[in-house]
Design a protein around this ligand. Structure first.
Ligand code: KG4
Ligand code: ZN
Length: 341
């Protein structure tokens, strides 16, 4: 059984093939960073147009890499939400047309579920129930995953998502879009002598019970620190380090609380920010300390990619969760575990 997966929910166009016997046999990706960089953020209309331009070529490339033709596919999976509606429609339209032409099922995949399932590409034995921790550019959410498709929300951000806070903090210090990974790199490379030369940043909402998050205050704190600084490279290092430390510690406090509250000792972290090395290391230590275990997708599959869609599509196909008709149903907002697109 082979499933083609297509990702087009935001600013990456990607295609991959998952094979039931051989695992992931192809994955290709085109990033739109250069297209959006002059505007300092994603321009939805440009994103949609670029997906339309790149999809056919990327799918051909994935099939070539997998040494198969489109007739060897058993299903075509695509992301139906959440995401930018025009970007989602570009992928859905392409995928459903291809599925129809081949007489194979189309599969509408939930983007966030695909992020979580990406951890199982390398760790297929993760068993339910587990805690799933989604940290991306649009979401910061803690769930109990009871079963496939059954997610109980424990807490989420009340304002900015953690990836968004990374990106906005990077932008206010003049770092080019997308600034999140650049900010993380500065934090990791901060010279030892500069660390802790600034008062620690707050750990938002850790002094009250519950599992919700808030990151917009931390971003404002970073802005004030930047404005008060001499705006040199050293100031960037210090602020990036203090910011990342505060974010990671906040996330660790909430995850530990979720483990204590639920008694579940298996955590799956996913989404773009799960590529963050300080967070990965912190979660490893914290879960060991709790006699538990943490699983992540490999870093390249934490950010948006086609592999997670192909694998999620394969999981949906095993459960016969395929499109019932040819309608192009996509949802810009689609809470995890709540209905179909
Ligand atoms: O999952 P993703 O590719 O897209 C969404 O579905 O949102 O996540 C992208 C987000 C961006 O905000 C980006 O800045 C952040 O993930 N990100 C990181 C790192 N790599 C990506 N944030 C912190 N450290 C990183 N290493
Ligand atoms: Zn994503």
């Amino acid at each position: 059984m082979r499933v083609l997966g297509i990702e087009s929910s935001c600013d990456e166009t990607a295609a991959a093939v998952y094979d039931a016997s051989h695992g992931l046999i192809a994955h290709v990706l085109h990033s739109q960073i250069a297209t959006h960089r002059p505007y300092g953020g994603v321009v939805p209309e440009l994103a949609s147009r670029d997906h339309v331009k790149k999809l056919a070529g990327l799918v051909d490339e994935a099939l070539h890499q997998a040494h198969i033709t489109k007739h060897d596919l058993d299903a075509i999976a695509y992301v139906a939400g959440p995401g930018l509606v025009g970007a989602l429609l570009s992928g859905a339209c392409f995928a459903k047309s291809l599925a129809y032409a081949l007489g194979k099922p189309g599969i509408a995949v939930h983007h966030l579920e695909a992020h979580i399932l990406a951890a199982m590409l390398d760790n297929p034995d993760v068993a339910f129930p587990y805690l799933s921790f989604l940290v991306s550019g649009g979401h910061t959410q803690l769930f109990v995953a009871h079963a496939f498709g059954e997610y109980e929300l424990l807490g989420e951000t009340l304002d900015d998502a953690v990836g968004e806070a990374f990106d906005k903090t990077a932008k206010l210090m003049g770092l080019a879009y997308p600034g999140g990974p650049t900010l993380a790199k500065l934090a990791d490379e901060c010279p030892e002598a500069l660390k802790n030369t600034m008062a620690p940043f707050p750990r938002p909402m850790t002094d009250r019970p519950g599992l919700d998050f808030s990151f917009s205050g931390l971003k404002t704190h970073a802005l004030q620190a930047w404005q008060k600084s001499d705006k040199t490279e050293s100031a960037r290092f210090v602020i990036a380090h203090a910011f990342q430390l505060a974010v990671v510690e906040t996330l660790l406090i909430k995850c530990r609380r979720a483990v204590q509250q639920t008694g579940i000792r298996c955590l799956v972290a996913a989404g773009g920010v799960a590529a963050n090395q300080a967070l990965r290391a912190g979660l490893q230590t914290m879960m060991q300390d709790c006699d538990g275990e943490v699983f992540f997708p490999r870093p390249e599959f934490c950010t948006d990619n086609g592999a997670m869609v192909a694998y999620a599509g394969y999981c949906y196909l095993q459960r016969q969760q395929v499109d019932a008709d040819l309608h192009l149903n996509v949802r810009a907002r689609w809470p995890l575990g709540q209905g179909t697109p």
